[in-house]
Design a protein around this ligand. Structure first.
Ligand SMILES: [Zn+2]
Length: 490
């Protein structure tokens, strides 16, 4: 009788225990005694059920109790189709021993766990949720934690190395959850109340598995490349700025300035007019090397409307902009070792003005920027080929890319366009926002495809995106950044 959400009717329970103690045979007479005990607490015993024919999602509602392990293993044995346990309302467990073995069964079967919209899981239910291989919660779902308590003692009455803590600590270790999580739950709330975890706490303890939001990747590219955004020409791309700003805010990126803005002006070479432009810059503080930075950059501007035709620039560079936002969201949940600056550059098309301004007016010292990773056109290629440019100058990053490329299927990762002596290929070290970083001797890698018929053509529309290719490129980039962050940079 340890982890139950609702204030436990200890008194009633003592009576129940008393009855069992005086008449132990009752346990054998009534197979559903435990449910009956639960009903005394006003709680429903956990049940498992399906909502669709496919039977890939197993739903669960109610308090985990002595029979939960048996019921769960039975339903798992009978339905090999189950991939996900959807926990709708699981307030806790009244039998932690059973809860932990049932939870280990969930992990053994490689199930994912999910809390749907408006769903909530607490206490021992939260422990069970952690058994999912991939763990996800909907936007309005809640996860509650608190300390456990015995009949006369609470968890913190026991010394840290006491036996009483060990089964939990071992369980979290087994589930690959930082054991700090356990000590945090003891402080979060006393046994008779509950603490609903904040998004920050959920991230901190790896409660939810971070995943790249690849459907949002495509949706955002589509949105930026819609006619509504009118081709995002510099000086006229406030709508795109607003989208990026709102997204930075939602993700919770920190800002060096008000509203993430880095405004600047430049002179249009043809008209000689002064143009107002704006970079948008947010960042995440790294957990191990907070003063060393990786700058992830992509230009969000395009060429706008030419002779009454909208140039939507889906590939150039709504693809890179959306990738930037997707990665920002991912790394906000999976905090990197190094700090990462996310820079959406303006005015690339008219001469790399945004990235030039950035390196001339950096928000942190240039010597602390260890790497720039730039994406420009990454969503379509007939040969499924993506170039990683810059490894000729900075070969240690080629090692990192090679080590992750083999795990991204159907993608041809090529190197080149960075050797000035190679006359067979254009030199790309100055042709996108990597250029200004290159000029300042800041290591940089650009991901880009070779030009296609849609390049700077009004046919550069979302319809021509190759979703599988694009998603694979973003997975490659994410894995590359992690590899570099954890194993290459110091
Ligand atoms: Zn471009």
């Amino acid at each position: 009788m340890k982890k139950v959400l609702i204030g436990i009717g200890v008194f009633l329970l003592l009576i129940v225990i008393g009855i069992f103690f005086l008449f132990p045979q009752i346990l054998f007479i009534f197979p559903f005694t435990q449910k009956w005990a639960l009903e005394l607490e006003g709680e429903q015993a956990a049940t498992f059920y399906f909502k669709n024919e496919a039977k890939d999602s197993l739903y669960m509602k109610g308090v985990i109790y002595s029979n939960t392990y048996n019921e769960l293993t039975k339903v798992l044995q009978e339905n090999s189709s189950i991939t996900t346990l959807v926990m709708e309302e699981v307030p806790g467990s009244i039998d932690d021993e059973v809860n932990l073995i049932a939870s280990k069964e969930i992990r053994k079967h490689n199930l994912n766990t999910y809390i749907p919209n408006n769903g909530w899981v607490a206490s021992g239910g939260t422990d069970m949720f952690l058994a999912g291989v991939q763990r996800n919660i909907a936007l309005n779902a809640r996860l509650g934690v608190h300390s456990w308590a015995g009949l006369d003692k609470v968890a913190k009455d026991f010394p840290k190395d006491a036996e009483e803590h060990k089964k939990y600590l071992n369980y979290y270790k087994e589930m690959d959850i930082p054991t700090d999580f356990y000590w945090y739950t003891l402080d979060a709330a006393p046994a008779e109340s509950i603490h609903w975890m904040t998004p920050l706490e959920i991230n901190k303890y790896d409660v939810v598995t971070p995943t790249l939001d690849l459907s949002e990747l495509l949706a955002t590219q589509k949105q930026l490349a819609s006619d509504e955004f009118a081709g995002r020409a510099v000086g006229k791309n406030q709508k795109a700025q607003k989208l990026i700003r709102n997204r930075f805010q939602q993700i919770g990126l920190q800002s060096f300035s008000e509203n993430y803005e880095q405004p600047f002006t430049f002179q249009n070479e043809k008209t000689k007019r002064t143009v107002n432009a704006t970079n948008l810059i947010g960042y995440i503080k790294g957990k191990k090397y907070p003063n060393h930075y990786i700058v992830i950059g992509a230009h969000y501007d395009h060429v706008g409307i030419i002779k009454d035709t909208i140039y939507n620039g889906a590939d150039d560079n709504a693809s890179g902009t959306s990738a930037l936002l997707t990665l920002a969201k991912y790394f906000s949940k999976k905090i990197p070792d190094h700090s990462i600056i996310f820079a959406a550059f303006d005015a690339e098309e008219s001469g790399l003005w945004g990235s030039k301004y950035f390196v001339d007016n950096p928000p942190v010292s240039l010597k602390d920027i260890q790497l720039n990773i730039n994406f420009d056109m990454i969503s379509r290629n007939p040969k499924n080929e993506i170039y990683a440019v810059g490894t000729y100058q900075y070969p240690k990053f080629k090692v990192a890319i090679d080590s992750v490329a083999k795990y991204v299927p159907f993608l041809q990762v090529s190197f080149g366009h960075d050797n000035p002596n190679d006359t067979t290929k254009d030199f790309w070290m100055r042709s996108s926002d990597n250029g200004p970083f290159f000029e300042k001797n800041i290591p940089n890698i650009t991901f880009s495809e070779e030009d296609h018929p849609g390049y700077h053509h009004h046919s550069d529309d979302f319809e021509n995106t190759n979703p599988e290719f694009y998603k694979n490129v973003v997975i490659l980039i994410k894995n590359t950044i992690q590899q570099i962050d954890q194993n290459i940079l110091d």
